[in-house]
Design a binder for this molecule. Structure first.
Ligand code: RB5
Length: 147
């Protein structure tokens, strides 16, 4: 898959780690920044780029990282076709794929358990959407934004 990555300064080091890991798993990484290291930037500018990349079909999915994951999810969910969820543990990561067909994963660099990071990314990339009744519900979410 093609995976867009974006972070602000708080998530910058995380983004690099995640990018390397995703590449090692055989996926193509599209880095949407920040490329300003840990210099303060606005998460909105980078999150929207990655979310638009998913919306335009240039990426299959995206992983966004800020301090809490919250700002990234707010901006990403403004973009049509994006279903972004903040996931703090393995259960929410798995359910975001199984039930919500999330195409954008938002992580909080300040709150995530660093030891579980690779496990979470792998789980999110590999867990399928269950469809069925969940497809009806996801369809209603898409309908609400006019997709
Ligand atoms: C930046 O200080 C911080 O607000 C940002 O990383 C994020 O947590 C916003 O939701």
């Amino acid at each position: 898959m093609k995976i867009a990555l974006a972070s602000d300064h708080r998530g910058f080091e995380f983004k690099n780690k995640i990018g390397t890991f995703i590449s090692e798993l055989g996926h193509e990484v599209i880095d949407c920044g920040t490329s300003n290291g840990t210099d303060s930037v606005d998460y909105t500018d980078y999150g929207i780029e990655a979310a638009r990349s998913v919306s335009r079909g240039e990426s299959d999915r995206a992983v966004l990282i800020c301090g809490t994951g919250l700002g990234m999810s707010l901006i990403a969910n403004k973009v049509k076709g994006v279903r972004a969820t903040v996931c703090h543990d393995l259960h929410t990561v798995e359910m975001s794929r199984r039930h919500n067909d999330a195409n954008v994963l938002c992580l909080g660099a300040d709150v995530v358990d660093h030891g579980l990071l690779e496990k979470k990314i792998k789980l999110w990339l590999e867990t399928p959407f269950e469809g069925g009744r969940h497809a009806r519900r996801v369809g209603k979410i898409m309908e609400a934004e006019g997709v």
